[in-house]
Design a protein around this ligand. Structure first.
Ligand code: SAH
Length: 211
């Protein structure tokens, strides 16, 4: 599946992210291990290791690698942590998360059934043991115990829905873009405390809207 040219392009990309951003080695190694070219449409493969989002069909995108790096770093994950991802898309970020927390610990929900099915097949074929739910993330994985973290990769326009924050255990984190295309979106990290939610702002971003 991998080939030396892609592997070199990926090392260069990771070296570039390392120079520009303060992201942990654990996260960078996970990014270096995931074949992003296998997650983009065939006619985009030549661009797979450029640090930008790319269209994946159904009006959706694969996130830029540096954004996956920043978000994964903010989640502050350890191996063995269980993570809830909102918005599987092509499954790329889910694969990076699996690289950090290990097999069977990533639970990801995708609204568009065709994307969910394609991501499930792709992750399976590439050997990532990730659980993919097809449907609205607000309804997903209700039977699962609380997660250590949630990674939201589509933007709710008015704050992260309670039904998603509620899935995260005390001490856990939610990282999400919040806001609209017009008004602007901010990347936020919410830490769930006994006595409420502690928000932090991590700058302006641009994501597809949450449905
Ligand atoms: N995580 C992806 C990026 C996906 S883009 C990556 O690895 O690159 C965001 C995705 O969120 C889109 O595929 C969109 O269909 C999905 N989405 C939007 N609203 C959703 C919802 N309510 N529940 C689940 N998925 C949703």
């Amino acid at each position: 599946m991998d080939d030396p040219e892609y592997a070199q392009a990926r090392r260069d990309l990771v070296a570039d992210i390392r120079r520009r951003l303060d992201v942990s080695d654990t996260v960078l190694s996970a990014i270096e291990a995931v074949p992003r070219h296998a997650f983009v449409p065939d006619d985009r493969r030549a661009h797979a290791y450029e640090d930008r989002p790319l269209p994946i069909g159904h009006d959706q995108t694969i996130s830029a690698p540096h954004m996956v790096a920043i978000m994964t770093d903010l989640l502050d994950l350890e191996r063995g942590d269980r993570v809830f991802e909102v918005g599987t898309g092509c499954g790329y970020h889910a694969a990076v998360l699996a690289g950090v927390v290990g097999p069977r610990n990533v639970f990801t929900a995708e609204y568009v059934p065709e994307l969910a099915e394609a991501a499930r097949d792709r992750l399976d074929r590439l050997g990532y043991d990730v659980t993919v739910y097809a449907g609205d993330a607000r309804e997903a994985f209700r039977e699962e115990p609380p997660f250590a973290a949630a990674s939201v990769t589509c933007a709710p326009d008015d704050g992260v829905p309670e039904s998603i924050v509620d899935r995260v255990q005390t001490g856990g984190r939610v990282v999400a873009p919040v806001g609209t295309d017009r008004g602007g979106q901010r990347l936020v990290r919410l830490t769930v405390r006994d006595d409420g939610i502690e928000p932090e702002d991590h700058g302006g971003v641009r994501f597809v809207p949450m449905r």
